[in-house]
Design a protein around this ligand. Structure first.
Ligand SMILES: Cc1cc2nc3c(=O)[nH]c(=O)nc-3n(C[C@H](O)[C@H](O)[C@H](O)COP(=O)(O)O)c2cc1C
Length: 283
C-alpha cells in the first residue's frame, strides 16, 4: 500500500479542508491509504533562530510535536496540503510548522521529490488573498514535487463538495498527484511553476514562489515570454541545488564568527531604547 498524508491546516472537524482532501484521496485508487494530521491541534512552538538544527546533532532542541510531523512526512509517499483562508492568508498553523523548516534540511535526501498537491479553501470567491501561494510554498519548502494546486471556494463546512465542478477539481488533483504536473492556462514561472508575481516594472516581474526575477514580454497573441536577466537561484530545481543552499546557510556561521564582535558592538548601541511591554508587566 502507498501512503498519502493529508496535512489539514483547519481546526474545523469535517470542514472543507478535511472533506476535500478525502475526496482527492477517494480518487487515488485502492492501493493508497490515507493518514491525516490536523495542524492547529499540534503543539508547535516558534523557531528560536538558534540554528542548532543545522549543526552538530542536526536536530531542533525544542520539545514539541515538530518531529511527529517530520516523521509523518518521511513515512508518506505523497502529500495533500490543505489550508483554509483566514484573513486573506492561510491558517497560521501552516506557517508555524514552516517556520521550523531549517530542521527539514537534515532529511533533505529522504524528503526530496515526493509528489504533492496543495489546496487553499476560501469562503468568498476572490477573497483567497495569498492562501494559494502559501500552500504551494509549504509544499515546495518540504521539498515535495508540487504537481497541482487550486483555490476551492466554500464557506460552510462541506459546502465545497456541493458543487460538481469542485468534485471534478478533486479528481484532477488526484490525477496530478498520480501522474504529471497540472499546468494552469495562465502564465507560470518557467523555473518553479508558480503563478503569483510581483510587478517590478512594465518588463520585469518576480515570482513569489521561488523569488526569481524575470524579464517579460507579452507577444501579440497574448502569450507571455519569460527570460532570465541573470543567473537564477534554483532552490527548488534540484536536490543538489537545495543541498548547496543548506551548505551556504551552514557557511554563514563562519561569517558570523568573523563579524561577531563588530555586530555585537553595533547592536548594543540600541539595547537601552524603548520599553518592552509584556503580559503581566502592569503597563
Ligand atoms: C477567522 C476566519 C477568517 C476567515 N477569513 C476569510 C478570508 O479572508 N477570505 C475568505 O474567502 N474566507 C475566509 N474565511 C472563511 C473560511 O476560509 C471558510 O469558511 C473555509 O471553508 C474554512 O475551511 P474549513 O472548513 O476547512 O475550516 C474565514 C474564516 C474564519 C474562521
Amino acid at each position: 500500500m502507498k501512503k498519502v498524508l493529508a496535512l489539514i491546516a483547519s481546526p474545523r472537524k469535517l470542514g472543507n479542508c478535511e472533506i476535500f482532501s478525502k475526496e482527492i484521496y477517494r480518487n487515488l485508487g485502492s492501493d493508497w491509504e490515507l493518514s491525516l494530521i490536523r495542524l492547529p491541534s499540534l503543539n508547535i512552538k516558534p523557531c528560536r533562530a538558534c540554528y542548532a538544527c543545522l549543526f552538530d546533532r542536526q536536530k531542533c532542541l525544542r520539545k514539541d510535536d515538530l518531529y511527529f510531523v517530520i516523521d509523518a512526512l518521511l513515512k508518506a509517499d505523497a502529500y495533500i496540503i490543505a489550508a483554509p483562508t483566514y484573513f486573506l492568508g492561510p491558517n497560521s498553523s501552516l506557517k508555524t510548522v514552516l517556520d521550523r523548516g531549517l530542521a527539514f534540511y537534515a532529511h533533505l535526501d529522504e524528503l526530496w521529490g515526493k509528489p504533492s498537491v496543495a489546496i487553499a479553501i476560501a469562503g468568498v470567491k476572490g477573497l483567497e488573498g495569498y492562501s494559494k501561494l502559501a500552500v504551494e510554498s509549504f509544499a515546495k519548502l518540504v521539498y515535495s514535487d508540487l504537481r497541482g494546486s487550486d483555490v476551492i471556494y466554500g464557506a460552510l463546512p462541506g459546502e465545497t463538495l456541493l458543487e460538481e465542478e469542485n468534485r471534478k477539481k478533486a479528481k484532477r488533483l488526484a490525477k496530478a498527484l498520480l501522474g504529471k504536473r497540472q499546468h494552469p492556462k495562465t502564465p507560470v514561472c518557467p523555473l518553479c511553476g508558480g503563478d503569483t508575481f510581483r510587478i517590478l516594472s512594465l518588463e520585469k516581474v518576480r515570482c513569489m514562489l521561488c523569488s526569481n526575477t524575470w524579464n517579460i514580454q507579452v507577444r501579440g497573441d497574448g502569450k507571455v515570454i519569460f527570460t532570465a536577466e541573470k543567473p537564477q537561484h534554483r532552490l527548488f530545481a534540484s536536490l543538489d541545488e537545495a543541498k548547496a543552499h543548506a551548505e551556504w546557510l551552514r557557511g554563514m556561521k563562519e561569517l558570523f564568527l568573523k563579524k561577531r564582535k563588530e555586530l555585537k558592538a553595533l547592536c548594543l548601541k540600541y539595547a537601552r531604547e524603548g520599553t518592552w511591554l509584556e503580559p503581566g508587566s502592569g503597563s
